[in-house]
Design a protein. Structure first.
Length: 367
């Protein structure tokens, strides 16, 4: 029999699938039309599909907090599990990236770059290689992993106001950086000082979910949350979107984005109606492959672009790009992710160990 715990974890895998799909469609769309801005709010979701990164980070903060609730975290065990979870596929992608440089001088990298990439703590993009430009988010994730056990322990001790204080600190830092330099876009978008808000909001959502599991079960929560997310993204898109460098709203953008996704997440977890059984499980299965989809999709998009390019699916260039992203790029990215999930990710997942201990079995940290 499937437990309630399994059911809500499946719902999180649905959201992981959504996050990966948004990022795939974002990169596919922009390969075809560049920075053209659509008028349709639904197309804004694809044009600003990088928002899937924010959803991934909200989910991470949420799931770690829920899983570790009522337990003490063994720091070394937690980091070992995270290393086993992400490092094998990450190293596979890094070796592929660096191997391409052995015969292509435009993608040739020195020994120092190898070492930097193998230690995934450097918060900048692998911008020289278009096949794996998205790997910068893994570095940000790793920085959060180093912090999470401490954030969780202090939040348990001092309450959620501790996490709110961190969010206010980060917003203040970004405001100061904007006043100093006239731009805070790269800090907000590509660094832990912009993305930590999103993990923290995921943690806050977890504490709310633990305290009130039926918090967002009203049928109107999901449509209202989705409407709020679409409205926010369309406004962001009309203001210049992710390519605008000088906007003051970057100070709070990642915070607002995460809050909207947290509402969507809680509403989906609390939604009373289940999808047909097979569909629910099938989507969860695809969501389980979301990391492989995310890591490998730009390589797949490069192959598609070289093999046959965009198909003429509409006379309107923006609509054609969106259809190519949804009907061609996304299915092929999902299909291509299966081998790395099956041969790299899944075998290493079996090596994970326990990292949670009953609180009573731990020493008083103040003793």
């Amino acid at each position: 029999m499937r437990s309630e715990q399994t059911a809500y974890l499946e719902r999180l895998d649905h959201l992981r699938l959504l996050a990966a799909a948004l990022v795939v469609c974002f990169h596919a769309f922009h390969r075809q039309v560049g920075d053209l801005k659509p008028d349709n709010p639904l197309l804004s979701l694809i044009d600003e599909g990088h928002t899937g990164i924010g959803l991934f980070m909200v989910i991470s903060g949420f799931i770690f907090t829920v899983i570790s609730h009522g337990s003490a975290i063994d720091y070394a065990g937690f980091l070992r599990n995270r290393l086993v979870r992400i490092y094998p596929l990450y190293v596979f992608a890094v070796f592929l990236t660096l191997s391409l440089g052995t015969w292509n001088e435009h993608l040739n990298y020195g020994a120092l770059t190898w070492l930097e990439w193998l230690l995934p703590l450097r918060a900048s993009t692998v911008s020289q290689n278009p096949h794996f430009v998205q790997l910068w988010t893994i570095w940000v994730e790793c920085q959060f992993y180093l912090m999470f056990p401490f954030l969780k322990a202090f939040a348990d001790r001092h309450g959620t106001r501790y996490l709110v204080g961190w969010i206010l600190l980060l917003v203040g830092l970004r405001a100061g950086i904007f006043l100093l330099y006239g731009s805070v876009r790269f800090i907000a978008y590509e660094s832990i000082f912009g993305r930590l808000d999103q993990f923290l909001i995921g943690m806050l959502a977890a504490y709310a979910f633990i305290a009130r599991p039926r918090l967002a079960t009203h049928p109107l929560h999901l449509p209202l949350a989705l409407l709020a997310m679409l409205t926010l993204l369309h406004w962001f898109n009309r203001q210049g979107g992710h390519t605008r460098l000088d906007a003051a709203w970057w100070i709070v953008w990642t915070t607002l984005e995460a809050a909207a996704w947290a509402w969507v997440m809680l509403a989906w977890l609390g939604w009373r109606w289940r999808l047909p059984g097979r569909l629910e499980a099938w989507l969860a299965g695809l969501g389980a492959m979301s990391f492989s989809v995310y890591v490998m999709h730009n390589f797949v998009l490069s192959v598609i672009h070289k093999a046959w390019g965009p198909l003429p699916l509409s006379a309107d260039p923006i609509r054609s790009a969106a259809l190519n992203a949804l009907l061609v790029a996304l299915p092929l990215a999902l299909l291509a992710a299966w081998p790395t999930w099956r041969l790299i990710e899944r075998p290493f997942l079996s090596l994970r160990g326990r990292y949670l201990r009953p609180v009573s079995a731990t020493k008083d940290p103040t003793a």
